[in-house]
Design a protein around this ligand. Structure first.
Ligand code: AMP
Ligand code: MG
Length: 471
């Protein structure tokens, strides 16, 4: 059995990028899950992760040789309001490893104890949010969406105080980096150009090797393209992130932060789940626009590196931001054309899709079930209050490529009521529903008879209207 071999590039950046500190040990850790497939991809030994030394690492109780734990500092706009200093308030990046594919991975413990960035928080995580992030982030990966990953989850044997006392847990998150728009904002807002420059090169090396070092405009454009594709994928799955603050916008184009996120059941473009999103700032249909706002903050942070002449820099940054629309529209078309079984299309097909979405929203039709039923060639009309509304649309559509639709429209998504059910059972010490849900979500495009119940839309009693920024 082999412990990880660390190579910690972020820890080699100057001290003002982080605070080095050890995770705070916990009472009596026990493993909930270790992700074998991801461990293999990261070049980690899953048997070692399950060993006493491995569990000690996953719990933050003892670091293996070569780990160099740190909490990263960042800033961010939260619901549009500026927070000059945030940071890993309940997380440590314990180090980086080089994966089997040569790619670099951060290993981060989330819930590992207080840091200088904890503000009023306790630095811990409750079992519920840990299970939620594990389920949903791994589901996103299986659905083909770039995302941070879940390598493991452990219980701490301690309780944390939330509205009530709940079991404590730690998620081991893995990602190509944890660099956010807010990380750039932190240094830019302090006029620390040297740090912005170092961060730029670090981010280029990790995410965009095709971009030349120091090429701020090239980097900005690459982030814009990656994020446009990412959000188009969210839209195609009915995914609502819920807290698209700039500190939760990853410069590598990964989905990060699974706090109040949710998948829509019935389609409605204005759908919001997060209890704290009173204004609907992060509603389903608003996500692309909010993203442009967030990317504009990245652009602002990079201005001095784009061009020493401020006017020229602004013009170049604006042009780059304007390219978002083209990237997004192209990505949206690719996603939604595939959903109706078209490899390509034009304006007429866009209108056709928009017509379907309007009919779905008018009829309270389940987003995931309608598209999967279309792929299967039966049952879509039954999802509509007025089935003839679908019939009329279907005549205009005329059918599409079945194989493409089956590969583009999942049968299974992490429905809110199923995630909640897995969490509630986990809180009672029963992880069978959690394990079953994860197993089903690993193959979302396959029809599996035993998982038919997980495809069902929630009954009125099961329906979840609100999600919470659990920590
Ligand atoms: P989030 O809502 O997850 O994006 O977190 C926003 C900020 O609050 C981040 O800086 C987190 O590190 C911090 N935070 C969230 N929960 C906790 C907690 N339990 N203890 C300390 N800091 C926290
Ligand atoms: Mg966050």
């Amino acid at each position: 059995m082999n412990p990880p071999r660390f190579d910690n590039s972020y820890a080699r950046l100057p001290q003002r990028f982080y605070t080095k500190l050890q995770p705070k040990p916990v009472a009596s850790p026990s493993v909930i899950a270790v992700n074998d497939a991801l461990a293999a991809q990261m070049g980690l030994d899953a048997d070692w992760l399950r060993s006493d030394d491995g569990v000690a690492m996953l719990a933050g109780n003892a670091m293996p040789h070569g780990a160099d734990p740190l909490a990263q500092v960042y800033a961010g706009h939260q619901f549009g309001g500026w927070s000059p200093q945030l940071g890993d308030g309940r997380a440590n990046v314990i180090g980086e490893v080089l994966g089997a594919d040569g790619g670099r991975w951060d290993i981060q413990l989330k819930g590992s104890g207080p840091t200088p960035y904890s503000r009023r928080g306790d630095g811990r995580a409750g079992l519920g949010p840990v299970l939620r992030e594990y389920i949903v982030s791994e589901a996103m990966h299986a659905l083909g969406v770039p995302t941070t990953r879940a390598l493991a989850a452990v219980q701490t044997g301690e309780r944390v105080q939330r509205e009530t006392g709940v079991p404590g847990a730690i998620l081991t998150r893995a990602a190509r980096s944890h660099i956010r728009v807010g990380t750039f904002q932190f240094f830019a807002s302090r006029d620390d150009q040297e740090a912005v420059s170092l961060l730029l090169d670090h981010a280029i090396e990790r995410h965009y090797p095709e971009v030349a070092l120091g090429d701020a405009l090239g980097f900005l454009t690459a982030v814009i393209a990656a994020q446009a594709k990412l959000v188009a994928k969210w839209m195609g799955l009915g995914f609502i992130h819920g807290v698209m603050n700039t500190d939760n916008t990853h410069v590598g184009g990964l989905t990060i932060d699974y706090g109040p996120c949710a998948f829509m059941d019935a389609y409605h473009p204005a759908k919001v789940f997060s209890s704290i999103d009173q204004q609907g700032r992060y509603a389903y249909q608003g996500q692309p626009e909010v993203l442009v706002w967030n990317l504009a903050q990245l652009a602002t942070s990079l201005l001095p590196l784009i061009d020493p002449d401020r006017d020229k820099a602004v013009t170049a940054a604006r042009t780059a931001l304007e390219s978002f629309g083209d990237y997004y529209t192209a990505a949206w078309k690719q996603v939604f054309f595939a959903k109706i079984g078209f490899a390509t299309g034009g304006d007429a097909q866009v209108v056709l899709i928009q017509d379907l979405l309007t009919r779905m929203s008018d009829n309270g039709a389940d987003f995931t079930r309608v598209f999967r039923a279309m792929a299967r060639g039966q049952g879509a009309r039954d999802e509509f209050v007025d089935p003839t509304s679908f019939d009329h649309w279907e005549t205009r559509w005329g059918g599409g490529d079945t194989e493409l639709m089956m590969a583009s429209n999942p049968a299974i998504i992490p429905r809110n009521h199923r995630v909640e059910e897995a969490i509630q059972a986990g809180l009672q010490g029963d992880f069978a529903p959690f394990n079953r849900l994860n197993a089903a979500l690993a193959l979302p495009f396959k029809d599996v008879a035993e998982h038919a119940d997980l495809e069902a839309a929630p009954s009125n009693q099961q329906l979840i209207h609100q999600t919470f920024c659990g920590t």
